[in-house]
Ligand binder design. Structure first.
Ligand code: ZN
Length: 74
């Protein structure tokens, strides 16, 4: 069974729907017995939903201008 620290590492993948079926089953099993991780994942879902709601569409041209202003790294 997953440990709480494993849930911390998988949290973003869970709320993004980017987990394998086996990972999702393991995470849900842990959530059945751990109220702390249930609270953590619920807060993560709420945070993600809030950020998505606050997002402002940006024109492709603006993205290109910002990216071109970033100096190359070595
Ligand atoms: Zn836990």
């Amino acid at each position: 069974m997953l440990k709480c620290i494993d849930v911390l590492a998988l949290g973003s993948a869970y709320v993004d729907g980017a987990m394998t079926p086996a990972e999702r089953r393991s995470l849900r099993l842990h959530m059945l017995v751990c109220r702390h991780c249930r609270k953590y994942l619920r807060a993560l879902q709420l945070t993600r939903a809030t950020i998505a709601h606050l997002s402002v569409p940006v024109a492709e041209q603006t993205v290109e201008q910002v990216l071109s202003a970033i100096p190359p790294t070595e």
